[in-house]
Design a protein around this ligand. Structure first.
Ligand code: ATP
Ligand code: MG
Ligand code: MG
Ligand code: MG
Length: 476
């Protein structure tokens, strides 16, 4: 039985075995207290070891980080916030953790330090809470789509498609398992292709997802995507997970409704299923806020912020309206944006965050971007200048979703591929879906880690994925 379940039991004489990792051990005159955690919950169970119940020798091995099994009976707890504790009769030590060497001693560790020991950080309260919230959100994703008659489509990870330049790619090369060919200077000679074809790791499953929508009507992908981002921002990873619904017969308006309904569902799901973890992360955030200047402190707590988003309509405005608002802002007039604002620019994160955090103070859906800054597959508006694109912007994050109604007119799509210099032969399979039985459709991509960032209140994307892959980390 895991600690989460045990903590909900009533005291009894029945003998129980509880296994986990020691968080702390406190020894006083005739008794030792062991806080044990097994990752099933943010809460520890307290083991009470009365004098003589366990040998001195064994007790010495019970140090922070050690893995043990405690056997005993559940008794009422005098401590705050827990109703039961374990009166310990015996302890088995599975694995010790030398206090001189184990890095996670009970004190506050910086997130930077914990990033360097990503193999151990899930044992901290903060990271175990984040991983449980991440799990719940992943579950929410599948639950939402399943409840709404979407089919889960698995799109290729290794692909010849470059998704029209959504990001820099990682090239896939082949290497024989034994005796790889060597270059003259003795280095491994990677073959430059995959069985004679140029391939890369997928940057987005969208184009293949669209093929699914053209047959099954409603599909979604949820898989890893790879971009050789060398930007080192707090919002970009080289390997991240993307959720991409594609829906036949949906137009831009439906796409916005889906994006809003879906994100709200996921946030509500996490609030409902991870209340304890979110409360813990909220407290952590409050401590962090105290170190900030008064005017920079958040007005809402994490839970309040999450509730607010689920209970209020997202603001919906066009790109052109957004540009006008930005142009009229004091920040622009005083020349305080690093990137100057004018119609036609690709909005920078500073502009997006100003709109969301300073102006509207809620999530914003921006639509109808200039065609020149968006991908070729987005449906042209009547004016011929803008496309039916939409980006969803979240407070504290900026862009969380990018999507659009897709161009369904074969001739127009062909024209756009030529304009942007894409060779017809390279995406003949995509073009065929517009040649045969084309249908209006729309979809979007949500960066899963950006959603986890928002729900956990963390501020660096490296802290919401178990094994962050960035230009600096390649351990795993
Ligand atoms: P950004 O402007 O933040 O670089 P993007 O416009 O390049 O994002 P899209 O191609 O629209 O990204 O991908 C869809 C979604 O995937 C984005 O809205 C974002 O949530 C997420 N995303 C994109 N790149 C990354 C990345 N490197 N790491 C994590 N998430 C990402
Ligand atoms: Mg990008
Ligand atoms: Mg973008
Ligand atoms: Mg985008």
């Amino acid at each position: 039985m895991q600690i989460k379940e045990i903590l909900s039991l009533s005291p009894s004489n029945q003998s129980l075995v509880i296994k986990g990792w020691v968080r702390t051990k406190r020894v006083s005159a005739n008794v030792a207290f062991i806080a044990l955690n097994d990752g099933s919950t943010i809460h520890n169970i307290q083991g009470v070891v009365s004098d003589g119940a366990v040998s001195e020798e064994t007790l010495k091995l019970v140090t922070t980080g050690a893995c043990i099994a405690m056997t005993g009976t559940l008794i009422p707890s005098q401590g705050q916030g827990q109703s039961v504790e374990l009166q310990v009769n015996s302890i088995e030590v599975y694995g010790t953790a030398d206090p001189e060497k184990y890095p996670l001693q009970p004190k506050k560790h910086s997130l930077e330090f914990l990033r360097e020991i990503a193999h151990l950080r899930p044992r901290t309260n903060t990271f175990s809470a984040i991983l449980r919230v991440r799990h719940a959100l992943a579950y929410a994703v599948h639950t939402y789509f399943n409840q709404n008659q979407f089919f889960y489509l698995h799109t290729p990870i290794i692909t010849g498609s470059d998704a029209e330049g959504a990001g820099e790619m990682f090239r896939v090369t082949t290497l024989p398992a034994t005796n790889p060919p060597l270059t003259e200077d003795g280095k491994v000679d990677f073959k430059e292709d995959f069985f004679g074809k140029e391939t890369n790791l997928t940057v987005s499953g969208q184009l293949e997802g669209e093929l699914g929508a053209m047959a099954l009507s409603k599909v979604y992908t949820f898989g890893p995507t790879f971009r050789a981002e060398n930007s080192n921002t707090t919002r970009h990873l080289a390997e991240f997970w993307m959720i991409e619904p594609e829906v036949a017969f949906n137009e831009l308006e439906d796409n916005m409704n889906l994006a809003e309904d879906f994100t709200k569902f996921c946030i509500k799901y996490a609030l409902e299923h991870c209340a304890d973890d979110i409360a813990f992360l909220e407290k952590r955030l409050l401590d962090e806020e105290k170190t900030k200047k008064k005017e920079e402190q958040s007005e809402l707590s994490l839970t309040e912020k999450l509730r607010f988003v689920t209970e209020n309509d997202f603001e919906r405005i066009t790109y052109t309206e957004a540009i006008n608002i930005l142009l009229q802002s004091k920040t622009h007039k005083q020349g305080k944006f690093q990137y100057p604002v004018e119609w036609g620019i690709d909005l920078q994160s500073e502009h997006e965050r100003w709109l969301v955090e300073k102006h509207f103070k809620k999530p914003v859906i921006l639509t109808n971007y200039p065609k020149d800054i968006k991908a070729f597959y987005m449906k042209l508006d009547e004016d011929g200048k803008t496309v039916r694109a939409m980006d969803v912007l979240f407070p504290g994050i900026g862009e969380i979703i990018g999507g659009s109604q897709r161009e369904d007119d074969y001739e127009k799509l062909l024209q756009r591929t030529k304009e942007v210099g894409i060779e017809e032969e390279s995406i003949w399979w995509y073009l065929e879906t517009r040649k045969f039985g084309s249908a209006p459709h729309a979809g979007f991509g949500l960066g899963f880690e950006r959603l986890v960032l928002f729900v956990t209140g963390m501020s660096n994307i490296r802290d919401v994925i178990p094994f962050p892959r960035t230009p600096k980390t390649a351990e795993f």
